[in-house]
Structure formats: structure tokens, C-alpha cells
Design a protein around this ligand. Structure first.
Ligand SMILES: CC(C)(COP(=O)(O)OP(=O)(O)OC[C@H]1O[C@@H](n2cnc3c(N)ncnc32)[C@H](O)[C@@H]1OP(=O)(O)O)[C@@H](O)C(=O)NCCC(=O)NCCS
Length: 175
């Protein structure tokens, strides 16, 4: 199956929000309260993605991976400082995980961030999300000190994961 990665545009917002919600429900079960995952999370994500494309932010990167039958993954990154980007979201559709798409999305995001002048990037990963933590370690990400972040209003232990060198991240993602 051919999966094309391309920049996302405003008409992709609903599909991204839908995948985001499905991905949270499968990956964050047991890490965030069921009442939140099965309740207000969907509306919050829909609102967040509805707003994402209205902001005038020239240095953001939002990429979608499109399979013939619809969206298979996405990655989003925003400026944190002039040289450091926050990779805010990376999700692969539950049925597509483990096939190399996460690596492709990270590689494309790293390349695009470098093109925009960023040198480094970080993200936050929930302590109990062992799959994603293993994936980031495999790509050279370095975990910092655990801290507590409110996610949907729920105090949640998260690790920062840092890549000091986006060129090295891009190389680690090469096929
Ligand atoms: C995390 C996620 C994006 C990774 O994408 P993926 O397509 O499943 O991962 P890939 O197939 O591209 O894996 C790339 C490499 O990471 C490794 N990897 C993947 N999952 C891993 C795990 N659980 N533990 C250790 N290594 C792992 C793979 O083995 C592969 O390395 P290899 O080529 O040497 O074998 C995806 O699984 C996902 O969407 N998870 C749920 C949502 C989520 O947690 N997102 C992150 C939020 S911070």
C-alpha cells in the first residue's frame, strides 16, 4: 500500500482530529482516565485542530500521511524558541503501527524543520507510554527529568525527550 506524506491543509483538520482521538483512546488507555478519553477529549481535539490552521504561524509543520483509504498518520511541530521546535503530536493509525510510518513521519518533520531554520527539537511523552518511549530512544531522543503536566486537566507524569541535532534525527530516520 502506498502512503504519501504531504503538508496538511485546513480541510484535513477533521480527519486529523478523528485519528488523534482514536490514537489517544488506544495508546493512552490506562494512562489517562477513561471518563476523559471517552468523554470530553474528542471535542477538545476537534476544537484544537479546528483552530490549528487559522493561526498565522509560518514556522509550523503539520504533515499528514495519506493511505488510499484515508489518513494513516500525522505529525505536528511548532516553534518553541528560534532554534528549538516542539513536536507536539505524532500519531500513526492503530492498524498501521510498527510498519515504519512513524519513522518516515519523524524524518520528514526533521527535514522540514531544518529547512525552516530549526536546529533542535523536543517533545513530551507520558511516563507509561513505553512504546513511544522505545521508539524515541531508537531515534536518538534523550529523556530529561520527569515532571507532571496537566493533560485534559489531569496531572500526568511526562518525560521531555530532546534531539539537540535535527540533522542526526533526520539521519536516524533514513530508510
Ligand atoms: C509511537 C509511534 C508514532 C511509532 O510509530 P510506528 O510507525 O509504530 O513506529 P515505526 O514502525 O516507524 O518504528 C521505528 C523504529 O522504532 C522502533 N520501535 C517502535 N516501537 C517501539 C517500541 N515499542 N519499543 C522499542 N522500539 C520501538 C521500531 O522497532 C523501529 O526500529 P527498527 O526499524 O530498528 O526496527 C506509533 O506507534 C503511535 O502512533 N503510537 C501511539 C500514539 C503515540 O503514543 N504517539 C506518541 C505520543 S508522544
Amino acid at each position: 500500500m502506498t502512503i504519501e506524506i504531504r503538508p496538511a491543509t485546513a480541510p484535513d483538520a477533521a480527519a486529523i482530529a478523528d485519528l488523534h482521538q482514536r490514537s489517544w483512546r488506544s495508546a493512552y488507555r490506562g494512562l489517562l482516565p477513561d471518563a476523559y478519553l471517552d468523554g470530553p477529549a474528542a471535542a477538545e481535539l476537534a476544537a484544537r485542530w479546528g483552530r490549528a490552521f487559522t493561526k498565522d504561524e509560518p514556522r509550523r509543520v503539520i504533515l499528514v500521511a495519506m493511505a488510499p483509504d484515508g489518513i494513516a498518520g500525522f505529525v505536528a511541530a511548532w516553534p518553541n524558541t528560534s532554534r528549538m521546535a516542539l513536536i507536539d503530536n505524532l500519531h500513526v493509525a492503530p492498524g498501521q503501527r510498527g510498519g515504519g510510518l512513524g519513522r518516515r513521519l519523524m524524518g520528514r518533520a526533521a527535514a522540514e524543520l531544518r529547512r525552516q531554520g530549526f536546529e533542535a527539537a523536543f517533545l513530551e511523552v507520558i511516563e507509561g507510554n513505553h512504546g513511544a518511549r522505545g521508539f524515541y530512544r531508537r531515534l536518538g531522543g534523550v529523556e530529561g527529568e520527569l515532571f507532571v503536566e496537566p493533560i485534559g486537566g489531569h496531572p500526568t507524569p511526562v518525560f521531555p525527550v530532546v534531539w539537540d541535532n535535527l540533522a542526526a534525527l533526520e539521519a536516524a530516520c533514513a530508510p
